[in-house]
Design a protein around this ligand. Structure first.
Ligand SMILES: Cc1cc2nc3c(=O)[nH]c(=O)nc-3n(C[C@H](O)[C@H](O)[C@H](O)COP(=O)(O)OP(=O)(O)OC[C@H]3O[C@@H](n4cnc5c(N)ncnc54)[C@H](O)[C@@H]3O)c2cc1C
Length: 535
C-alpha cells in the first residue's frame, strides 16, 4: 500500500494499452518519472481482438474477435503503419458467393435483381440502383427536412455522399422526424416507414447482421450503416493477425517502463485521501489464487466495456449516491452478443460451388448468418471458413455452446506456435456438427460428399466480462453528450473511462482509440497524437 501508482489502467485491450503507451511516451518527453500499471483480468492482452492459428494451416490467423478496418479509420490505419504492421485487403463482397435466403440459393450479385429476390418489394425500389442503396434511400426519404433545417443542405443520394461525421452529429442532435428528435426515433421505424417491410427484411437478411438495423436511433444508426458497412466499403486486415496490434502496443509500453500485470482482475474501486492531501483511488485486485491485494493510485482508467464495469463491487463513488447520474451514462449503450466459429477442412470443398480462390462472404438467414472463406496459403490443401453471427439477444450458437459441457479436445501437434491458443477455444462437438450441417445446406451439398471438419474453434463474446462483442447507443440517448461526460463521469473524482463501448465508431478498434485520445487530451493534458512524432 506504500507505493502510489500514478496512473492505474484496468484492462489490457486496445484502449488500455494505447493509453498506457501514450501516457508513458508523453511523460518520457517531459522527463516525468510517471508510473503506469495495467491490470488485466485474463491471461492475455488484446481483449476483443483474438487471432488464433488454425492447426495444419500455414501463414494465416483466423480472427475470433475483430478482424478488419476501413480506410476511414484514420488512426487505426496510421498506427498500424507506425507500428510496422503489414496490412492487406480483406475482400467482403464477391458477386459469385452465395446468398441463401428463404430457401433459395442465389448469387450475391442476384441481390440487386428485382426478379430474383424472394421478397415483396415496393415498385419504386424494384431496380438495381435502388436495391443497392436501400439505407441511403431511406435517409434521403426521411431526413430531407432535418438536413435542410439544421445544415441548409438539400439531401439527395449525391449530396449524402459528402455528409461528414460533424454534419451527422449536428443533424442527430438537432434534427427531427415527424416532430420527434432523431435521437428518440428508432432507425428501424424509419426504415419500415420509408422502405416497407419486405425491403427491410431483405436488407437485414442480406447484410448478415441482425443487430445493426435494430438496436439504435436514427441519429446514431444512420451514420454507422451508411459509412461502415456495405459493399462499397473497402476492408483491410493485419497480415500477422489483429492481435498483433495490441501486442505491439504492449511491447511499446513495456519498453518505456509500463508494468502490465496479467491474470489480475480489479474487483473494487473506491476514492480515498492520499497522504499528500489529494484525492486518489484505493482499489483491490484478485489473482488466480483468489488472493486479494490492495493498491493506491492517483488516477484510475477503466478501459473496458459496460458489463465489465457492472461486474465491479457495487461500492465507491461510481455506485454510491455520488454516482446517481453515472448509472444512466453506463446504461446508455447495449452490448450485442457476437459469436464466431472457425471450421478447418482437409480441402476447400466449397470452391465447387463458389469458384476457385474463394474469398469474401456468403450470407444466409440460417442461424449461421455470415460465412467468410478465410484466406489461406494456396500451397496448403486445407481450408478454413469463419462463421459470424451478430445476433440480437441470445445467439443460437451461444445457447448450444453453453449447454454442451466439455469441449472437443483437438489433439494435434501444431506446426507453428499459437496452436495451444486454438485448443483453448476448441468448439464443442454438437456445435461443430450443426455448423457443418448448415454450411452444407447453404452450399447445397449432401453430407455424403463432404467429410466433417478436422478442427473447430469458437468464441462467444456475450460471456463475462464483455457482455457483448460490440455496443450500440440506446434509443433516446444524446450520444455525444454521454461520450463526453463518461470520460470522467464524476466531477473531481480521478476515475476515467475509455474504450469502444462509448465511442462514435462502435464495434471498431477505431472507437477504442478515439475515446482514449479524447480522454488523454481532455483529462491528462496530452497533445493529440498527430501533434507528436509517434505517427
Ligand atoms: C466478434 C467481434 C468482431 C469484431 N469485429 C471488428 C472488426 O472487424 N474491426 C474492428 O475494428 N473491431 C471489431 N470488433 C470490435 C473490437 O474488437 C473492439 O472495438 C476493441 O477490441 C475494443 O477494445 P477496448 O479496449 O475498448 O475493450 P476490450 O477489448 O473489451 O478490452 C477490455 C479488457 O478489459 C479486461 N477486463 C475486464 N474487466 C476487468 C477487470 N475487472 N479487471 C481487469 N481487467 C478487466 C478484459 O479482459 C479485456 O482484456 C469486433 C469485436 C468482436 C467481439
Amino acid at each position: 500500500m506504500n507505493q502510489i501508482i500514478d496512473v492505474a489502467i484496468v484492462g489490457a485491450g486496445v484502449s488500455g494499452l494505447y493509453s498506457a503507451w501514450r501516457l508513458k511516451e508523453d511523460a518520457a518527453q517531459r522527463g516525468n518519472p510517471l508510473t503506469v500499471t495495467v491490470f488485466e483480468g485474463s491471461e492475455r492482452v488484446g481483449g476483443r481482438l483474438l487471432s488464433v492459428k488454425p492447426p495444419f494451416v500455414n501463414d494465416t490467423y483466423v480472427e475470433l474477435g475483430g478482424m478488419r478496418f476501413t480506410e476511414a479509420h484514420r488512426l487505426m490505419v496510421d498506427l498500424a503503419k507506425a507500428l510496422g504492421l503489414a496490412s492487406g485487403e480483406l475482400p467482403d463482397a464477391n458477386p459469385d458467393n452465395i446468398a441463401y435466403l428463404r430457401g433459395q440459393r442465389l448469387k450475391m450479385s442476384d441481390l440487386t435483381d428485382p426478379d430474383r429476390i424472394p421478397y415483396v418489394i415496393d415498385e419504386s425500389l424494384r431496380n438495381r440502383e435502388s436495391l443497392s442503396n436501400l439505407v441511403a434511400i431511406a435517409a434521403v426519404r426521411s431526413l430531407g427536412p432535418a438536413f435542410k433545417e439544421v445544415l441548409g443542405i438539400d439531401l439527395t443520394l449525391e449530396t449524402l455522399k459528402s455528409v461528414t461525421a460533424e454534419d451527422w452529429r449536428a443533424v442527430g442532435e438537432r434534427g427531427s422526424f415527424e416532430g420527434k428528435p432523431l435521437y428518440e426515433t428508432p432507425l428501424r421505424y424509419i426504415l419500415e416507414r420509408t422502405l416497407g417491410h419486405g425491403a427491410v427484411q431483405l436488407l437485414q437478411d442480406s447484410l448478415g447482421y441482425d443487430c445493426i438495423l435494430w438496436t439504435w436511433s436514427a441519429a446514431d444508426g444512420f451514420p454507422f450503416n451508411l459509412t461502415d458497412i456495405g459493399s462499397a466499403v473497402r476492408h483491410m486486415h493485419l497480415v500477422e493477425g489483429f492481435s498483433a496490434f495490441p501486442r505491439r502496443l504492449q511491447e511499446k509500453a513495456l519498453a518505456l517502463g509500463v508494468d502490465v500485470q496479467l491474470s489480475t482482475r480489479v474487483k473494487s474501486v473506491e476514492d480515498t485521501l492520499l497522504s499528500d492531501g489529494t484525492t486518489g483511488i484505493a482499489f483491490t485486485t484478485v489473482g488466480l489464487d483468489g488472493v486479494e491485494t490492495p493498491h493506491l493510485a492517483r488516477k484510475l482508467i477503466l478501459a473496458m466495456p459496460r458489463r465489465a464495469i457492472e461486474l465491479l463491487d457495487r461500492k465507491g463513488p461510481l455506485f454510491d449516491s455520488r454516482g446517481a447520474g453515472f448509472k444512466s451514462l453506463l446504461e446508455s449503450v447495449s452490448p450485442v452478443p457476437l459469436f464466431k466459429i472457425a471450421l478447418c477442412y482437409e480441402n476447400c470443398w466449397w470452391e465447387k460451388v463458389v469458384g476457385g480462390g474463394s474469398n469474401g462472404k456468403s450470407v444466409t438467414d440460417l442461424p449461421m448468418r455470415q460465412v467468410y472463406y478465410w484466406k489461406v496459403n494456396p500451397d496448403d490443401q486445407q481450408g478454413v471458413v469463419l462463421m459470424y453471427d451478430g445476433g440480437l439477444t441470445k445467439s443460437y450458437w451461444e445457447q448450444l455452446d453453453n449447454v454442451e459441457g466439455p469441449k472437443q479436445q483437438v489433439k494435434l501437434a501444431g506446426r507453428k506456435e499459437g496452436v495451444e491458443l486454438w485448443a483453448d477455444y476448441a468448439a464443442p462437438s454438437r456445435l461443430i456438427f450443426e455448423a457443418h450441417r448448415q454450411l452444407l445446406e447453404l452450399h447445397g451439398l449432401p453430407e455424403s460428399e463432404v467429410p466433417p471438419p478436422y478442427a473447430a474453434a469458437c468464441r462467444s463474446w456475450a460471456r463475462d466480462p464483455y457482455g457483448g462483442g460490440a455496443h450500440w447507443w440506446n434509443i433516446g440517448v444524446r450520444s455525444y453528450e454521454v461520450a463526453e461526460k463518461i470520460l470522467q463521469p464524476i466531477e473531481g473524482c480521478p476515475i476515467f473511462i475509455c474504450g469502444e463501448a462509448y465511442s462514435h465508431e462502435q464495434g471498431w478498434v477505431e472507437g477504442a482509440l478515439n475515446t482514449s485520445e479524447a480522454m488523454l487530451q481532455r483529462h491528462f493534458g496530452l497533445p493529440g497524437i498527430r501533434d507528436t512524432n509517434l505517427l
